[in-house]
Design a protein around this ligand. Structure first.
Ligand SMILES: *Cc1c(COP(=O)(O)O)cnc(C)c1O
Length: 392
């Protein structure tokens, strides 16, 4: 008996699904050097351009000088320091929730929240296009696990009829690979009508969405009763690292008691919390970042339509170009790269079979001239491919 890893890897390669890690040799930003090649990149989730902001860098530096580097221990032992606590209070204020709890990563926040809230005898219902961490969390919880059709309240309602025990409805706020926004007012109404709780992972909504960057719940004006469990991540528009769950005092106390990915891990470096406090301030107050981003989104959509690309129904910085076939998506991405443009091809199993795509993301750090260069590159590649990209 042996692990035939070579055969498994060869099969993945043959299906055009083999993954490689581009080596980034510069900080995040529109202009990068990847594998030795200067490129104009459209694939970072640093939507507001804060990951390499001088004030955020300075806050990290000053935080390290004051607090040292390591978190030292779990939050429950001696790892919960003043900057962590101050950040939790600032995140509660941003979300308009009574409290927020800091996690080390979004993956862990999702695992922690779902497994602390439901278990055997309960039900978890998820959008079929939810982020992998939410799907993994549902499976790990031991609750009855069911997926409803994408953003479909009717499909959810049918499953709610059959739900037993405590029922958690879980959805992305902004869908990470499609860019569309969950129909939260309707989903919240369905969940409430059945006494279920709605949990929203708004990793891609905080920053770009809402008048003050408060994400999808600010966008729709949804209360704690509508969305009892709200998750955000700090590695995207906040430009730092980590995640949080916001909600009632009882929710947060329950997570501190029962969320294993919260309890059994070392707290993040306190200096990182100092950096996030600064980026949170910029995220809330510098409205020009959101406004400029929206200008670029409109510019890109209009230009892409003019060259005959079929975009997905997205008003967010995530603007995927549907290709279909995985091999063709990789080829398209390589052709762009030859022209100095970096756009990642996203393939199964990250997205459903037959829906490989180029995931274009725009950030406030891009200029209109750079978006124009992307559009020209796309038009050029399309012409060379000699066919509609949607009919592979
Ligand atoms: C990125 C992402 C996560 C994971 O967050 P990390 O902090 O990177 O672990 C969770 N949910 C969604 C929707 C994401 O896009």
């Amino acid at each position: 008996m042996s692990f035939d890893l070579a055969a498994r890897l060869a099969a993945r390669r043959a299906e055009n699904l083999y993954r490689q890690r581009p080596l980034l040799e510069t900080p995040q930003g529109p202009q990068v050097v990847v594998d030795g090649q200067p490129l104009l990149a459209f694939c970072s989730n640093d939507y507001l351009g804060l990951a390499n902001h001088p004030e955020v860098i300075e806050a990290l530096r000053a935080g390290a000088a004051r607090w040292g580097v390591g978190g030292g221990a779990s939050h429950l032992v001696i790892g919960h320091s003043s900057p962590h606590h101050a950040l939790e209070e600032a995140l509660a204020d941003l979300t308009g929730r009574p409290r927020a709890l800091l996690f080390t990563t979004g993956y862990m926040a999702n695992l922690g929240a779902v497994t602390a809230l439901v278990g055997q005898g309960d039900t978890v219902l998820e959008d079929r296009l939810n982020h992998a961490s939410l799907l993994d969390a549902g499976l790990l919880s031991g609750a009855r696990f069911n997926r409803y059709l994408h953003n479909d309240a009717v499909s959810l309602a049918k499953r709610l009829e059959k739900a037993t025990g405590n029922t958690l409805v879980v959805t992305d706020g902004v869908f990470s690979m499609d860019g569309d926004i969950a129909d939260l007012p309707t989903l919240a109404r369905e969940a409430k009508a059945k006494g279920a709780w709605l949990m929203v992972d708004d990793a891609h909504g905080f920053g770009p969405l809402g008048a003050n960057g408060g994400g999808i719940v600010e966008h729709f004006g949804l209360s704690l009763e509508d969305v009892p469990v709200l998750v955000g991540t700090l590695g995207k528009a906040f430009g730092t690292s980590g995640a949080f769950v916001a909600g009632s005092d009882d929710l947060i106390e329950s997570l501190i008691q029962f969320a294993r990915p919260y309890i059994y891990t070392t707290s993040q470096p306190p200096a990182l919390a100092c950096a996030t406090l600064k980026s949170l301030e910029l995220l809330r107050s510098e409205h020009w970042r959101r406004e400029h981003l929206n200008v670029l989104i409109r510019q890109f959509r209009k230009g892409a339509e003019q060259i005959g690309l079929e975009l997905m129904d997205s008003s967010t910085p995530i603007q995927p170009i549907m290709i279909g076939d995985a091999g063709r998506a990789v080829l398209f991405s390589q052709m762009l790269r030859q022209r100095g443009l970096m756009v990642t091809a996203i393939r199964p199993p990250t997205v459903p079979a037959g829906s490989a795509r180029l995931r274009v993301t725009l950030t406030a750090a891009h200029s209109e001239a750079q978006v124009q260069l992307l559009l020209e590159g796309l038009a050029d590649c399309l012409q060379q491919l000699g066919a509609e990209p949607n009919h592979a």
